[in-house]
Design a protein around this ligand. Structure first.
Ligand code: GDD
Ligand code: MN
Length: 363
């Protein structure tokens, strides 16, 4: 009996609700990569439409098809990371699972890497011959363009399409970059490019971004928020985590809610204490919900974990408020600076709340 050859190329396909696209995608890859020793890893976040089942069925007739099914977790970047980590091939390629990425160019993408002529190959919609026509609407075009401009200011190398989700990378390079990846949001390529050594050899291959046929896009406003947070994190040299930046921004929204609601309550005839109480309660609830939906989007509290989470959050925030006031008082007493004292108090408060939220509430 001859042993099957190990794969030279692992194709990682992040997918969520792409059941109808699995079979055509595998067929496309089969004909595009004839003669290459490839394998496909679908990383599915337990999609309700049965994507995992579709992959399992395909795997029963082709041993090159593999599945990673993640339960209770979501996220494109982290899915890509896990797929790549499951590979032992020398080259890893990443492609969307919705047929928007033209598998016809896969060979052009991976050959320079397999031949040791390049270390990263990016399928680009913005080099000669490429096209982003498949973006859902005008709004997406504008967002995509501004995102690219913003990202390019941070990048040490010239890359025309840093937002592409279609690329190949030498696995050793990926492993080297791994400790610096946040694993949040959609922009894994951009993060990789910010993390690999400047000596990495880069090629760009044009491709035409196709419109989606089945299923729908998962790129939401929340993903944009995460993206901005990631850019700020990088611009700060990485010492402020994205999550903390988003957490602090949510906190600022909470302050606005507090002011608006307590003003409204006062206007409606509530006395001072009552209006403060209503304002604070609304602010805490708004903060909790926003954190649950945005800051901790990858591990939201649902069902019977929601209320206990809220209670810990409220108790934690109350303790934080005492700490906040205490520190401000201390600094005011010793230094006499009003604004410096309250700023220091606020910073302590946010850091404390963040610590509680990340360790006790959204574990
Ligand atoms: N496992 C997993 N988990 N997969 C996900 C998740 C998730 O939470 N969210 C999205 N995906 C998968 C989708 O199923 C799809 O295969 C791929 O990731 C891209 O998601 P889409 O929702 O189709 O994204 P898009 O078409 O709007 O975005 C495209 O353009 C971006 C640049 O504008 C993609 O090509 C992105 O990779 C690219 O960054
Ligand atoms: Mn898509």
């Amino acid at each position: 009996m001859t042993l099957p050859q190990p794969a030279d190329l692992t194709l990682v396909i992040p997918c969520y609700n792409e059941a109808d696209n699995v079979v055509p995608l595998i067929a496309g890859v089969r004909s595009a990569l004839e003669g290459v020793n490839w394998e496909i890893v679908f990383v599915d976040d337990d999609s309700p439409d049965g994507t995992s089942h579709a992959v399992e069925k395909a795997a029963q007739t082709d041993p090159r098809v593999r599945l990673i099914r993640r339960v209770g977790r979501r996220g494109l970047s982290s899915a890509v990371i896990e797929g790549a980590l499951s590979s032992t091939a020398s080259v890893v390629a990443v492609m969307d699972g919705d047929l928007q990425h033209d598998e016809g160019i896969l060979r052009d993408l991976v050959t320079p890497l397999l031949d040791h002529r390049a270390d990263i190959a990016v399928a680009s919609r913005h080099v000669e011959g490429g096209d982003s026509g498949g973006l859902a609407n005008r709004w997406r075009h504008v967002l995509s363009q501004s995102g690219i401009r913003l990202a390019q200011t941070l990048l040490p190398m010239r890359l025309s399409d840093p937002m592409s989700g279609f690329f190949a990378i030498r696995r050793s390079l990926f492993v080297q970059a791994l400790p610096r990846l946040t694993g949040t949001g959609f922009k894994i390529l951009l993060e990789l490019m910010l993390s690999v050594p400047k000596t990495a050899r880069l090629v760009e291959v044009p491709f035409v971004f196709r419109p989606r046929v089945a299923g729908e896009s998962k790129l939401s406003p929340l993903v944009m928020v995460q993206f901005l947070g990631m850019l700020i994190e990088r611009a700060c040299g990485g010492w402020l985590p994205t999550r903390f930046i988003i957490f602090a921004a949510v906190g600022a929204i909470g302050i606005a809610v507090n002011l608006l609601v307590s003003e409204a309550a006062r206007f409606a005839g509530a006395n001072f204490e009552m209006s403060q109480l209503i304002g604070t309660a609304c602010a805490i609830l708004a903060n909790f919900q926003l954190n649950n939906r945005i800051t901790y989007l990858d591990r939201p509290l649902r069902g019977k974990r929601w209320l206990p989470g809220l209670i810990i959050f409220v108790v934690g925030s109350a303790i934080g408020a005492f700490g906040n006031i205490g520190v401000a008082q201390l600094i005011y007493d010793t230094q006499g600076h009003w604004s410096r004292a309250s700023a220091a108090g606020a910073v302590i408060g946010v850091v404390w709340n963040y610590a509680i939220a990340s360790t006790l509430v959204w574990r």
